[in-house]
Design a protein around this ligand. Sequence first.
Ligand code: ACO
Length: 326
Amino acid sequence: LRRAKIAGVGSFAPENTLTNYDLEEMVDTSDEWITTRTGIKERRIAKEDVTTSDLAYEASKRALKHAGLKAEDLDLILVATATPDHIAFPSTACILQDKLGVKGIPAFDLAAACSGFVYGISVATQYIETGAYDNILVVGAETLSKIINWEDRGTCVLFGDGAGAAVLSPTQSGGILSTTIGADGSQNDVLIVRGGGSKQPFSQQIIDEGLHYVEMEGSPVFKFAVRILGKAAKEALKLADLERDDIDYLIPHQANIRIVDAAAKRLKLNKDQIYVNLDKYGNTSAASIPLALDEAVRSGKITSGDIVVLVGFGAGLTWGASVIEW
Ligand code: ACO
């Protein structure tokens, strides 16, 4: 038996904090509205000259240290992001490879929005289980603040910047027991950045119309999220031959406390079995699950032998869940 395990985790968020009260000065909103609708109190915002790969680099160094490995020990670098340093190429993974000071190993980006980290776990697991690679760095990193329309109160209150990383290595017992990923492309336009790609390449018009910013229809995303979190988690449990009762700890995508609470109810979990840090960071997309996982591990909430479920959803629409024996 050869499985993958998470050998180390790390995370990083920019220092600069933007509170709900700061947002009250920017758009027609209130701390009360944001808190009751989302649970978010503040989020971190990267400085103008800070890129996604900078955040990814800091999180990766911490994950490598936690795993007791050096960058030279890595066989593959995967970066899940919706906010790459450059829109077409090079990939953020190649820039991260350079920052880590290694050369030669493959490095690529993965686009699955907020489900990106779980998609990354799914990909990395295949390489490890087949024996192709030993140590794989999977990073979720975002500077969403750079693609947010700061005049759109419907989206600007929700998102934040950050990064989380995990080093995956082989194990003979426990580890990543199952992963499931999925997508429903028919809903590709409910959460979208319309401009800047091959459909609507950059032009003055794109900028004038603000099509380079995140656009979201909150309600269909909300309904989808509530349904899919429970469904994906149950599917991953089934693949691992486990039941809902076996879950010790849930790390959900940190988008909205109401979505997390609804998923917890469907999975019959108590509040103390779920890690929530969205109040501090908002929705950091691909970074949200590894950022929460890192904090949960470091604060001692997850301990050896625990059954941990990671579950996410995002634009695409996409979803993914993973069951880990820690
Ligand atoms: N402050 C004050 N009022 C606001 C704000 C704001 N920041 N934003 C919207 N409103 C208003 C709306 O304009 C609307 O007013 P109207 O009724 O006069 O038109 C009113 O509040 C109610 O809006 P709803 O959309 O009905 O509010 P809802 O309860 O659905 O909450 C929310 C909105 C929080 C966005 C919710 O729909 C949600 O969380 N959706 C899921 C979003 C999500 O998870 N996205 C991330 C996906 S992951 C990824 O891939 C990035």
